[in-house]
Design a protein around this ligand. Sequence first.
Ligand code: DHE
Length: 517
Amino acid sequence: MIRRMILASSLLFAAHAALAAPDAVALYNEHCAACHAETRLGGTGPALIPQTLHRMYGPKLVDVISNGRVATQMQGYSDVLGAEEIAAIAEYLKTPLAEVPDWGPDDITASREMRDDYTPVDAPQWSSDPMNITLVVETGDHHVSVLDGDTFEVLDRFPTPFAVHGGPKFSPDGRYVFIMSRDGWVQKYDIWALHEVGRVRAGVNSRNIAMSKDGKHLAVANYLPMTLTILSTDNLTVEKVMDVVGRDGTPSRVSAVYQDPRHDAFVLALKDTPEIWQVATDPNAAPVYEGYVHSHEKGMIEALPSSKGLFARKRIMLNEPLDDFFFSPDYRFLIGAARASEKGVVVNMTVGREIATLPLGGMPHLGSGISWMRDGRRVMATPHLKDAAISVIDMQTWKLVKTIKTDGPGFFMRSHENSPYVWADVFFGPHKDEIHVIDKQTLEIIKTLNPAPGKTVAHVEFTKDGKYALVSIWEDDGAVIVYDAATLQEVKRLPMRKPSGKYNVWNKISFSDGTSH
Ligand code: DHE
């Protein structure tokens, strides 16, 4: 009798358990928290809270959890979790947090940690060419290696904050470098002294950083909070935190911030509102007029200057938000695209208006675009994150010159003024172990390298003179391969922990044509 009762009650419990709703919080903590943090405020992955997810409500959120997200580290969970469990997590992500940190100037200031074991030096403490230093970001164990660009000797290897993303930014003299991680930490490192100077948390969930033309200010683009943080490069103190709100009152995440040396400004890509912002880095910037008032005194309509001087903000109004940018080398034009759109847009940055559209489907990755001279005309090229193709565009007519078919969608492209070739990785798909080498004049693939079969091979950076090309084997037990950029022969292989981006001091501070800035 007792056995029968136990059996009945355990059957009842099992039936109840089967009917009970999945425990979303437990599932989240088990499967999502490692990247997005238990607080849901973001780590290697973005923050997962209503403020940052509102565009994904509905089936899309379930779709991303089930199938992953192209061009990101987000994998699909449909083979690990059931439909109900995925739906429960999606529902949980829509729940507002009890409290979202403001992360204003006081929080940023409180997070600032300057190293008391750092002593400034008068000159490099090593004998390599300071202009030919190349940094390698090793995401496998969150370090940066400092390479001598002539001998490829590792001069230092220092720990970085968690999940560095985007290019580190050098001071104009190449002496300091600033490195940002997705969880908002910004680190300052002295290359001459081979020593960290300090770090500060500029945002909760951040995208990238940009250096001002004069090297005095560092802007940090934030998703959370929806702000731009501007730091003093000298001591990492807060100079300004700008709330990012569109003209119509819509708060917006900042997808990215860039330096625009022509107009002496930071340029902001806004994710949620159809505007681009120019934020002056020139202390004498002219007043920006953003509205008009009726002056009773003067009996006329008077323009209302909203800001002037350092950090004056100018809005460039668009037809739709653009979140991925490429700039012409003279910074007269910005070429932008929205992730979901089938076209690119050309914006004249001096007059502040859209002037042309480009046929660019397949999710172009304009951030990796490069430009060069071909038959006396400047062309630009961009890979596509969804198509096995590279688009080459004439920058005078804004017409497509050629679609180069590749072995799979790529992420990064690189060249150098002294190289006749463009290097383009095949980041996604079965050919992720390939790098195409393309002739800049014929636009033909002249060679496909496959240095580590089966492993992801990606991102190229040249040495200062363009003689060598450095390629990452993007694996935990990976390497940086040094190629002779003319003969395309391997010269050296340096073991590294999941090396991602590589950044040559000279190529960056001289705004080399073939690289990102
Ligand atoms: Fe990046 C640069 C945006 C996913 C590695 N990435 C950039 C820049 C932007 C950007 C706007 C240029 C800013 C700069 O360097 O100052 N990246 C995005 C995305 O929107 C996207 C697609 C989705 C996301 O979650 O952010 C994305 N990026 C990735 C990755 O998954 C990569 C491969 C691995 C990682 O570290 O997250 C990645 N992104 C990089 C790297 C650069 C970069 C290595 C710098 C390239 C350079 O040479 O300058």
